[in-house]
Design a protein. Structure first.
Ligand code: HEC
Length: 237
């Protein structure tokens, strides 16, 4: 008996079933998930990234930052991400609704960046300029702020130029071997600025129904559960 058609049909059915299970079913389940409205602030989550941060995402992508940095906090029991302080909770599908493409990353030569904005204090507007300066210096040459760092330097995101009428306010404060020669200064190009705006928009720390933020135990009286409700008709991407 010639069993070729049967074999062909079997393979086709196998492929169709896996396509359905791994592509179509997840798409139906979470592909058009709506944003949620957070109870405590009344704002949609995840928020839209500011335009500059969206441009920064493209720079992040073009430089391949995600080859060394993930943006995913694993749940307890699947690694020590929470203990390392990479986020107050695991990340869930909801966190990535606004991202296109989603740059999860799978290799962690450097720390996870899913919450780099909260980790480095961007919530406090007074701390913002200091954080921007820190990230710019780090990108210019990681060893200016982190001794022995193996992260590559990105000096091409900056411009070295002659100081004409006094130093620019946004010139990097570089010391020692990293400082430019006298009479010159290093200023960030647009790519560096938008990239830092993107880094400071990376924040997956809102308390969600599927991933609540559990505050560390205290003796204070228990507050009402911190939950979010599904918004109707919110943007869904
Ligand atoms: C070859 C791997 C590699 C690449 C590529 C890389 N990084 Fe890193 N990154 C690291 C390592 C290792 C560290 C930890 C040491 C340090 O802070 O410099 C780090 C640290 C960082 C930190 C500080 C994180 C923290 O928790 O202190 C930020 C922010 C960062 N990288 C952003 C970027 C951005 C943006 C890019 C792309 C322009 C990038 N990295 C590309 C390896 C890499």
């Amino acid at each position: 008996m010639n069993s070729t058609p049967l074999l062909f049909l079997g393979i086709l059915a196998g492929l169709a079933a896996s396509w359905w299970g791994m592509v179509v079913a997840p798409k139906l389940q979470i592909g058009s998930a709506p944003t949620v409205v957070l109870k405590e602030t009344g704002q949609h989550y995840p928020p839209t990234r500011p335009g500059v941060a969206q441009q920064g995402a493209e720079v992040y992508r073009s430089l391949g930052c995600n080859t060394c940095h993930s943006q995913i906090v694993r749940p307890e029991g699947y690694g020590h991400d929470l203990l390392r302080g990479w986020g107050p909770r695991r990340t869930v599908a909801q966190d990535y609704l606004r991202d296109q493409p989603i740059m999860l990353g799978s290799v962690r030569v450097g720390p996870d960046l899913a919450n780099i904005a909260t980790r480095m204090g961007s919530g406090d507007s007074n701390a913002q300029p200091a954080m921007v300066a820190y990230h710019l210096k780090h990108l210019y040459h990681p060893r200016t702020v982190m001794e022995g760092s193996v992260m590559p330097a990105y000096p091409f995101l900056f411009e070295k130029r002659r100081i004409v009428e006094g130093p620019s306010p946004d010139a990097l404060k570089l010391e020692g071997a990293y400082a430019p020669e006298a009479g010159y200064e290093v200023v960030p190009k647009e790519e560096a600025r938008v990239l830092v705006a993107y880094l400071l928009s990376l924040k997956s720390s809102a308390s969600l129904v599927e991933a609540p933020v559990i505050p560390p135990p205290t003796n204070a009286p228990v507050k009402a559960a911190n939950t979010a409700s599904i918004a109707t008709g919110g943007p869904s991407r």
